[in-house]
Design a protein. Structure first.
Length: 245
């Protein structure tokens, strides 16, 4: 279902005391946001997110989940375990997982499938490196990443997920895709989903800040954002969540 959506990716940041303050402020200041709001926290803080956000419209979730339902996979966390904490979202295929943990597009697709099987919404990240963009390969790279999910899930199911277009060169670099660059890839993603594309939620991620969120979210195919660094500060995250006309 297409819906305005802004989700924070805390990455490997946080500690109980500072999380409590941030979660409390999210609850106070974003319960009436003009979009779906979520935070994806490190696994150990899922219970804290549940305890401090329960009963308000802000959702929470994790930044990864195993492709396997259970078993001898030391260190992995299943989607069903994440679901037990009342979670709504799970990020899969973040470029840091693809590059630092060698996750292939097929592995990402298997994770998205496992997340859906647990009744949660995967936020499937796709995006090209700077080298790939400069070689004119943006669409080919994004197509390969999406097609793995399409062949496992089918377009109607993928349209029920969230797709996050995150150019790798824009993540944590302060270098944002221009609204036009982002819009072009978002339109390409929708087209790749065929008839289901019009109903899909497609968000942009990569150095979104209060100063650039409004012009990005005003693009016709951009439904919101996946926010890294700026999600750690209520002063930055709140205006981003409100940057819709
Ligand atoms: C991210 O980690 O998904 C991200 C978009 O990070 P940042 O907003 O810090 O670029």
């Amino acid at each position: 279902m297409r819906a305005r959506t802004v989700v924070g990716n805390w990455k490997m940041h946080g500690e109980l005391a500072s999380n409590a303050k941030l979660l409390g402020r999210l609850r106070e200041r974003l319960a009436d946001a003009p979009c779906r709001v979520g935070v994806c926290v490190p696994f150990p803080y899922l219970a804290q997110a549940r305890d401090l956000l329960d009963g308000c419209p802000i959702g929470w979730g994790a930044q990864d989940a195993s492709a396997h339902p259970r078993g001898a996979y030391t260190g992995e966390v299943s989607a069903a375990m994440v679901a037990e904490f009342g979670s709504r979202w799970v990020i899969v295929g973040h470029s840091e997982r693809r590059s630092l943990h060698a996750e292939t597009s097929d592995r990402v697709a298997a994770k998205a499938q496992a997340v859906m099987a647990a009744g949660l919404t995967p936020i499937v990240c796709v995006g090209e490196t700077l080298e790939e963009r400069e070689a004119g390969r943006t669409e080919a790279v994004v197509a390969e990443q999406l097609d793995a999910c399409l062949s496992r899930l089918g377009a109607p199911a993928l349209a029920e997920a969230v797709i996050a277009y995150e150019p790798v060169w824009a993540i944590g670099t302060g270098r944002t895709a221009s609204p036009g660059q982002a819009q072009a890839v978002h339109a390409f993603i929708r087209a790749r989903l065929g008839a289901a594309g019009a109903g899909a939620t497609v968000v942009y991620g990569g150095s979104v800040k209060p100063a650039n969120a409004r012009e990005l979210f005003a693009m016709p195919d951009i439904d919101g954002g996946l926010i890294g660094g700026a999600s750690l500060s209520i002063e930055e995250f709140e205006p981003i969540c409100r940057a819709f006309d």
